[in-house]
Write a protein that binds this ligand. Structure first.
Ligand SMILES: O=C(CO)[C@H](O)[C@H](O)COP(=O)(O)O
Length: 224
């Protein structure tokens, strides 16, 4: 199976999970990225069976609307019953590194506001120790150099993601070669640096279910 076929398979499996949770009045939380895009296309096939969606990025909002799915502001909808999103890396505790596409802050907000977080990923994303994928940190533009110096003190190697502005008008520092042995502590420590909006570690709010696309089928995993 190609990577795209694996992504499509997990997106379809996520749709089956979502169908068990949502009803006509429900709002679905929808993530960002190529795997999430397959999920959006799958979700569109049941668009008459739920009220609408909240989107973790402008790109996702546009794709949902192109399918005729109503997109709501999170402020108007309260708790979201289910959120489906991809990941750049995921470990056995369902902690994730996210934000390769730069949507980490809105993803984290919707994840936090959701009752069930379903992570959809192909098997290449499963790791024992997070940090092989560069960890994104969203930063207020004027704080970029200060935050970079503080991250260097933590042993990280921050690289400015050039020519990229987040949907919130901020910049991204990607942390290369930064093994994340204690995701909970590192997530909080980076978030405590003044000028950081958030970082792409999802340990305080891990996924509840991982649907992992493997050559022999989709596996449904819970945190160990
Ligand atoms: O966090 C994300 C975007 O900010 C994505 O979920 C992550 O980058 C995975 O993307 P893809 O499904 O394209 O591999």
């Amino acid at each position: 199976m190609t990577q795209d076929e694996l992504k499509k398979a997990v997106a379809q499996a996520a749709l089956e999970e979502v169908k068990k949770i949502i009803d006509k009045d429900s709002i679905a939380g929808v993530g960002t990225g190529s795997t999430a895009n397959f999920f959006i296309d799958a979700l569109a096939t049941i668009k008459l069976d739920f009220d609408g969606a909240v989107a973790s990025s402008e790109a996702t909002r546009e794709r949902l609307q192109a399918h005729g799915i109503t997109v709501y502001d999170l402020n108007g909808v309260g708790t979201v019953p289910v959120y489906v999103d991809g990941a750049d890396e995921v470990n056995g505790r369902l902690h994730m590194v996210k934000g390769g596409g730069g949507a980490l802050t809105r993803e984290k907000i919707i994840g936090a506001a959701s009752q069930t977080f379903i992570c959809i990923a192909d098997e290449s994303k499963q790791v024992d120790i997070l940090g092989g994928f560069p960890l994104p940190v969203e930063v207020i533009p004027m704080a970029r150099s200060y935050v970079a110096r503080e991250l260097v003190k933590m042993g990280a190697n921050p690289m400015y993601r050039e020519d990229f502005v987040t949907d919130n008008g901020n910049v991204i520092l990607d942390l290369y070669n930064f093994p994340i042995d204690n995701p909970l502590t590192i997530e909080q420590k980076i978030n405590n640096i003044t000028g950081v909006v958030t970082n792409g570690l999802f340990a305080m709010r891990p996924a509840d279910i991982l649907l992992l696309g493997c050559a022999d089928g989709v596996k449904s995993l819970k945190a160990k």
